[in-house]
Design a protein around this ligand. Sequence first.
Ligand SMILES: Nc1ncnc2c1ncn2[C@@H]1O[C@H](COP(=O)(O)OP(=O)(O)O)[C@@H](O)[C@H]1O
Ligand SMILES: [Mg+2]
Length: 223
Amino acid sequence: MKTITVLSRKGGSGKTTLAVNLTLTAFLRGRKVVLADIDPQRSASDALRARREPGPVLAEVTAGKLFMTKSNAMRDGVDYLVIDTPAMPEADVAQAVNIADLCLVAGRPSFLDLAPIVRSAEAVRRLGKDGMVVLNQAHTSRSDVAPAAFPEILEALRFCGLPLAPHGLRAREAFQTAMAHGLCVAELEPGGPAARDLQRLWAHVEARLDGLDEKPMRTALTA
Ligand SMILES: Nc1ncnc2c1ncn2[C@@H]1O[C@H](COP(=O)(O)OP(=O)(O)O)[C@@H](O)[C@H]1O
Ligand SMILES: [Mg+2]
């Protein structure tokens, strides 16, 4: 089982949108997925509850229950545990980062999102975790979000210590409409541009998680 934690110190950066859409993408591909919502606002839970179709398992929990949630998911043969986090408190987010295999730092490619992205990336690195920055809500007509973002923002992100995902999500109404019905954008507009962005991102996330398996195991001797 692989655990993916979506985080950002800034509200409205797209954590829930990313977490729900990635969860549903994996689910629609036949994987067994649990979405753990540790944000007291319960936005991810609201979205999945609005879903009429069969869907992934939802765990509305506190950060303190994450370890048990993960153990149960492993016991139940779950493929992916996706964790949606609140912007704060830091201690709760740290618990979610600690149990993750891969952390996704969500942020808009805008000046005001830079500092929160950098601080979230630092928190991931401090805890010795793998992660990447995923740009969301970019206003661009280009197919790749990252290269089309402002050059100075990309330059600043080079020093945040985490790699930038080669694919992000552009600002698309489909993400908002789909969320209101608990749908993945790929269900709302199959083959549409939002679905395409999401598929590319998921393919990269999956490949990155598979790559983590290839790393040599750290033993007491090499640690
Ligand atoms: N790629 C996107 N395109 C359009 N709207 C988006 C996109 N990502 C997020 N939003 C909208 O922005 C708002 C904040 O997103 P949300 O995922 O709730 O952020 P967070 O969980 O970080 O607070 C929501 O209204 C959501 O529908
Ligand atoms: Mg949220």
